[in-house]
Design a protein around this ligand. Sequence first.
Ligand SMILES: Cc1ncc(COP(=O)(O)O)c(C=O)c1O
Length: 414
Amino acid sequence: MPPPAGTGAGSASITGPLDIDPRTLERWRAETPGVRQRVHLNNAGAGLMPDPVVAAITGHLEREAQIGGYESAEEAAAEVGHAYEAVAALLGTQARNVALVENATVGFAQALSAFDLRPGDEIVTSRNDYISNQLAYLSLARRVGAVIRRADDLPEGGVDPDSVRELLRSPRARLLAITWVPTNSGLIQPVEALGGLAEEAGVPYLVDACQAAGQLPIDVARLRCDFLSATARKFLRGPRGIGFLYVSERALARGDFPLHLDMRGGQWLAPDSFALAPDARRFENWEFAYALVLGLGAAARYAAGVGIDIAGARARALAARLRTALTGLPGVRVLDHGRELAAIVTAEVAGWPAPQLVAALRARGINTSAAARDTAVIDMDAKRAATALRLSPSYYNTAAEVDAAVDALRSISG
Ligand SMILES: Cc1ncc(COP(=O)(O)O)c(C=O)c1O
């Protein structure tokens, strides 16, 4: 059984977000059935869904079984519209700028495919971009001769904006693509400042906000991005199997559309001509898991109810507490570098491959995850780490749960 909510040892060093009204914390936890089963510190994998999200999904699945998949989607049309609005509100945009997609990677790939890169065209990115994004850049390099330009990091970690500025000066720079919060390093990249640089250089800007959604307030106008991709399932606490893509007015007006256009995104007018959907729908595929669409809508509304500022500040405070405690454990090396750190804590424990630690912690009811070198070869090699244990608290976690994970690690690693 997980320990009860509480402040535990060492809480005096971190004030503010951890000192939340206990009734609020109790309500969040009462609405999260998973906390009665596990200490869930794998929110960067998938957050625990709260009751309203589960109800939205299961309610729709039941209607599909009762009256049919297409018929229940028609019946739920208004609710589907509300889901777009809820996601738009989360991003500071309008429903017409939101495309719903199967996952964050699909959203990112749809956006990337809108750029007709030619041999020698440059993608400017970071050393910490997400593995699947790096693979997509490498694939474009191999298939079309695109050139990947990775900006330098600052000595303290995180991308160096001066290096990005320099790379964007190239006349061949066609795209700036940045992962806001990398999956494996607890880092927060300065995406707002980079948006200013991209705009100055006149280079389109694509942001991967997969680990940011639900953890950091997102305002696409401040980011000045052309596209932003994310998922429902992580800090936003929505279901698996659905994500979204923000498509700016600038991108729509340019006529951007994905390489593999689907019947949702285009209208076939004559044997050899088509028209694009006027809005972000042009980046969608026709077939949807409508239950998940409604679950995403419920998750976005739930997150707005909690407040992304509150959720993020508390999650990051819990992560800071974890980092401090882990730093004090013998044989443990905390791997997070950067000026600003997220609610993702990564560490290496001497003599323990991370997957073994994950299994040992799971046996004690504590959920964490492991990152292998090949999920982030540049970062992991720079840190000389073969694997990393990843702990990622959410606002509904307690300080006592975080302390329990540290205690368990202390006793496992001896
Ligand atoms: C930073 C980042 N970007 C993208 C993704 C991919 O998300 P999805 O699995 O929804 O495609 C992940 C998943 O962990 C991630 O951490």
